[in-house]
Design a protein around this ligand. Sequence first.
Ligand SMILES: Cc1cc2nc3c(=O)[nH]c(=O)nc-3n(C[C@H](O)[C@H](O)[C@H](O)COP(=O)(O)OP(=O)(O)OC[C@H]3O[C@@H](n4cnc5c(N)ncnc54)[C@H](O)[C@@H]3O)c2cc1C
Length: 375
Amino acid sequence: MHLAWGEEEERFRAELGAFLDAHAPAEAIGRGMEPETHGGIPLWAREWQATLFDHGWLIPSYPPELGGRNATDVQTLVYFEELAARGIPRALHFPGHAIVAPSLLEFGTDAQRELVPAAIRGDTVWCIGMSEPGAGSDLAAMRTRATLDGDHFVVNGQKVWTSYAMWSQMCMLYVRTGDTDSKARGISVLILDMTTPGIDIRPLRQSAGGTDFAEVFFTDVVVPKENLIGEMNDGWRVTMGSLAHERAGLWLEWTGALDHVFRRTVDEARRVGALEDEVVRYRLMALYEEVGGLRALGYKGFASYEKSGAAPEHALLKLATSELRKRIAQLTNEIAPSPENRREVLGTFAGTIGGGTSEIQRNAIARVLGLPRGY
Ligand SMILES: Cc1cc2nc3c(=O)[nH]c(=O)nc-3n(C[C@H](O)[C@H](O)[C@H](O)COP(=O)(O)OP(=O)(O)OC[C@H]3O[C@@H](n4cnc5c(N)ncnc54)[C@H](O)[C@@H]3O)c2cc1C
């Protein structure tokens, strides 16, 4: 069986390829798809994101005024495929274009939607304030409170693990506006200007050495009432909606990242002469099969998505790619121990925690499969 794209898709790929050849900065090529900034968003990445936007290549499915070219789902898939093959990331901070923009487009007022182009282009850096010390997996337990007082809210509380908080101008902040025990029914979402008095940002040092996130404390922080996104106490819907966007093709960023780290593992094995060892070759081959298997599962999911608008396969991919990524990094460090490879191993834990831990993903998959509850 020979799988291939049609002429139209190949024309689209060629156009993208010509653009990348002409514009992609040297720092981006072969860097890999992972968004970590390792301590600050470099200038080249900010300029690259803006260049992609200006040429309609940042989010191809969006219209030109939002950094796209009204591309179809299949074209979007080809787009991710080509970027992944070249190891070129679109941006090194994703909340603005991947979470804030779609949320404001769906739930925002006209004035709030005006913030969207700058959020996508990366002119405004956004952070997402969801997690708290007592509310991570159980997000509905959040306690940071916003009290409505005339024409403004007053916010008090604490967030944690807030990626990019140190470099953000804006925050999409999830707060409790209902009763203390109102759970998911009492959450609202606010647009917060990070220069507002009463915000204290304390960067957290990660085990891998970087500082990409922070604790954020709020003391009597005043937020204008018109900064409420959607309805009061209806923030849960905004949260769920925010995360449902841009799914078609995103899995390719994950498997593309895997391809990239796997190639690096082979290079490292070659560098230290470990490819001579048949046990190492066997283990590499087994991992390579898994990478290929996940890519195939992603394509299968994409086909279901195209047909029916739903792809249950994709629920597995976040779990499977982040766990496999960890094992590949562990093997690399076993074959070729070095400070850099050790840092890489520590860094891979992030993918199995952020955006919902592996255990929570397994719970969700078990529910979809109708498995009995273990507790
Ligand atoms: C790199 C990175 C970036 C992040 N960026 C952001 C950000 O920008 N904004 C933001 O708001 N948050 C961010 N987070 C936080 C992330 O969403 C939370 O860490 C995650 O949801 C887990 O919550 P927690 O850390 O409170 O762990 P907990 O929920 O306390 O979990 C602790 C352990 O218990 C397990 N566990 C919990 N509940 C269950 C259950 N029901 N069944 C089985 N096991 C369970 C978990 O799997 C985990 O192993 C980021 C995290 C990381 C690692």
